[in-house]
Structures are given as C-alpha cells and as structure tokens.
Design a protein around this ligand. Structure first.
Ligand SMILES: [Mg+2]
Length: 261
C-alpha cells in the first residue's frame, strides 16, 4: 500500500437510499405508479388510439418496464423510460410513429410525485450544505430509467434542486452504475479526476463496484435498515449516516489516501 496526499475536489452521490430514505414507503409500487400509468392510457385513448383497458394497460406497461430493465442489466446500458414506452406501444399494437413520445412522457409526469413516506435522511441537507461550504463540487448519479427532468420533481420536493453542480440519470446517460461510462461522464461534467473524487452510495454491486473500477474513493452508506453485503465489492469506507462523511473527507485532506494496490 502506498500513500499519496491529494485534495478531494468532488463528492458524488447516489440518490435513493443514499440521500433519501426508502425504509418506509406508504404505498405499494402499484398504488404509486397506477395513477401515472392511467394517465398514459387515457392520453392515448383521447388521441384516438385503440388502447387496452386500464387494468390490462397497467399490467402491460409493468411487464415492459421489467423487460427494459432486464435487457439493460445484461450490459449495464441504461434502461430508459422512452424505451419502456416504445415496448409498451408495440405490445399494445399502437403505431409508435403516430405517438408523440415527449407529450406522452409529459402526461405521465403530470401526476408524478415523490413516494409518500419517503423522506430525506435527517442530516442530508445540513451535510450537503457543509460540503458546498467547504468548496466541494457535488454530483448526483441515479440509476433511474426516468429522465432527469422528471426526477427533478423529487429534487425540488426535497430541496435538493440547487445543491448539485451536475446530476444525471442512467436513463439519460445511456449507461447505468456500475458501468464506468456513467461515472466518467459525471467526472467530465465536474471537471475532475477519479482520484480526486469520492462516490457515496448504498448498493455494493452498483455504486461501489463501479466507483472502485473507475478508481474513485468509494463510500458505502449502510444504515441499520439496509445491512448490505459488501463482501464482493468492498468500499474504501463504510458509514451509517451522512454526517460521518465530513470527518472522512477531513482525514483524506490531512493524511492522504491509502491507494489500493
Ligand atoms: Mg441507491
């Protein structure tokens, strides 16, 4: 192991279960997504398309979303919402060329809202403000098939919208964590290098594996309700709450970082 002092320039976060706490959602996934999917169905119907009834349309969309994710996980390309919509239209026998996909996405977004019961970790805003105050560039990478403009609805709700210097979803990037391309894309946006960056996330097989591969400093956030198995993808540090980040960054600044051999 060698020692090399280096200044950390950027701290990049995952979103779900890293900054916002999904331990107590108040709705099932179906209850949460059903109003938005019903909006798609009625939008298509109003435009004159032959559309399955809402129950069938919901099942079809749910299955096609699953297909989109399964295909994306084969090579960690980014599942995208418009990809899932195209699959759904195809299976429903609707001619994609007759549908304005952007308008369809806006119909979905009309009722898009944060999941009730899902809240920011209580120290999140304070820690993010502290990091900004200390001059770190902040980034956000979320494995979400939705476009960032739609997830921004949640960022506004949680007062996170002005916090990040750059934010991307895997749906927009075309790659998902742990694919190195999505991390490199963010590093470019933040104009920094892997060695000068810290990545904080809750999933060893996605967040940590990718950050380690790219050569970033990886921090697993593992609050008691998650208890992730990190034996295969070992993080440089593990924390239980975001507040511990500040001390780790201070240590990295003062002592330098142990580089993996
Ligand atoms: Mg997460």
């Amino acid at each position: 192991m060698s020692q090399q002092a280096r200044r950390i320039q950027a701290v990049i976060f995952d979103l779900d279960d890293t900054l916002i706490d999904w331990s107590q959602p108040q709705l099932s996934w179906e209850e949460y997504t059903r109003p938005m999917t019903d909006n798609l169905q009625s939008h298509l119907s109003a435009a004159g398309h032959q559309v399955p009834e809402p129950d069938e349309f919901y099942r079809c969309m749910r299955d096609q979303v699953q297909e989109e994710w399964t295909a994306a996980r084969e090579d960690w390309t980014g599942a995208s919402f418009d990809g899932a919509l195209r699959r759904t239209l195809r299976v429903c026998g609707i001619d994609e060329s007759l549908v304005d996909l952007q308008e369809l996405m806006r119909a979905y977004a009309n009722t898009y809202q944060p999941m009730p019961g899902v809240e920011l970790y209580e120290d999140a805003l304070e820690v993010l403000a502290e990091l900004r105050e200390r001059g770190y560039r902040l980034g956000l990478i979320t494995n979400s098939f939705l476009p960032m403009w739609m997830r921004d609805v949640e960022l506004r709700h949680y007062n996170l919208i002005d916090v990040f210097d750059a934010r991307i979803t895997s749906g927009d990037a075309g790659y998902m964590k742990p694919h190195p391309a999505i991390y490199r894309h963010m590093l470019e946006l933040l104009d920094t290098t892997p060695e000068q960056s810290v990545f904080v996330g809750d999933r060893p097989q996605n967040d940590i594996a990718g950050a380690n591969d790219v050569g970033m400093i990886s921090i697993l956030i593992d609050p008691p309700h998650l208890q992730r198995d990190a034996s295969e993808h070992v993080p440089d540090y593990t924390i239980e709450r975001l507040g511990e980040l500040v001390e780790i960054l201070e240590r990295l600044e003062i002592e330098g970082l142990e580089i993996r051999d």
